[in-house]
Design a protein around this ligand. Structure first.
Ligand code: NAD
Length: 249
């Protein structure tokens, strides 16, 4: 059965071809949602939306631009009459060690991952409140929970931990409005980008630390996003859901 029939979903950073946002957009569309793909490059966002079918939309949006994000999300709400779901997926990482983080690195990583999550949420919340329903899904990371990952630096861990705090605070404040807010903490997810950065030895070492013995896929994360965006998770709010093959057991 289609879990998101008639719903309108906005997903940030979803133009990346093999990324988690795109896989989420595809699964949401398969479940009956109309999806707006927001990303930095307009042509890439439009192409990603067209991949899903003619009813979906792609728009340029820099999530770090408070006024710009609000303008785009308000325009979408005006056109579609609602914002049912927001997935704050846009994120960047930098493989730096603590003493290598320059002020501009800290700014860039906190800006996209944390500031972007706040700004897009602030843009969507008034519409969700007016509808008396909404779901926000924030992309955090196992890096937030274990103080580092394979590719992320300490600033990435800090930003993604910030996303968890923001998720819980928003969930608490918005619960009376029937707006649920949850976070996903993906573990090591195999994408084209991660594949290109790893030697076979390193991949084996990573797999050895995952009880399920394999990296995750973008579809593994999308399935969790679908659960959190649908009524299957009707009583779930303020949660961080691990999608990591048991990496933290
Ligand atoms: P990705 O690089 O494939 O996609 C990220 C997208 O965000 C890109 O399309 C990029 O253009 C976009 N983006 C960057 N800055 C932006 C901005 N300012 N405004 C709008 N869009 C912007 O990454 P991914 O691997 O699909 O990761 C998606 C999310 O999941 C990120 O938040 C990432 O931190 C998180 N995550 C990924 C993994 C993993 O293993 N891949 C693990 C844990 C968490």
């Amino acid at each position: 059965t289609a879990l998101l029939q008639g719903k309108f979903a906005v997903i940030t950073g979803a133009a990346s071809k093999r990324g988690l946002g795109k896989a989420t957009a595809r699964l949401f569309a398969e479940h009956g949602a109309t999806v707006a793909i927001l990303d930095l490059d307009e042509a890439a966002a439009k192409e990603a939306a067209a991949d899903l079918g003619p009813e979906h939309v792609g728009m340029a949006c820099d999530v770090t631009d408070h006024d710009g994000a609000k303008t785009v999300i308000d325009a979408l709400a005006a056109e579609w009459g609602r914002i049912d779901i927001l997935v704050n997926n846009a994120g960047i990482t930098q493989p730096l060690k603590i003493m290598e983080i320059a002020p501009k690195n800290y700014e860039a990583v906190l800006d996209v991952n944390l500031r972007g999550t706040l700004y897009c949420s602030q843009a969507a919340i008034p519409h969700m409140r007016a509808q008396k329903q909404g779901k926000i899904v924030n992309m955090s990371s196992v890096s937030a929970q274990r103080g580092g990952g394979i590719f992320g630096g300490p600033h990435y861990s800090a930003a993604k931990a910030g996303v968890l705090g923001l998720t819980k605070a928003m969930a608490r404040e918005l619960a009376p409005d029937n707006v649920r807010v949850n976070a996903i903490c993906p573990g090591f997810i195999a994408t084209d980008i991660t594949a290109g950065m790893l030697t076979p030895d390193k991949l084996e070492e990573i797999k050895a630390g995952i009880p399920m013995g394999r990296p995750g896929t973008a579809e593994d994360v999308a399935g969790c996003a679908l659960f959190l965006a649908s009524d299957l998770s009707a009583y779930v709010t303020g949660s961080e859901v691990d999608v990591n093959g048991g990496s933290l057991i």
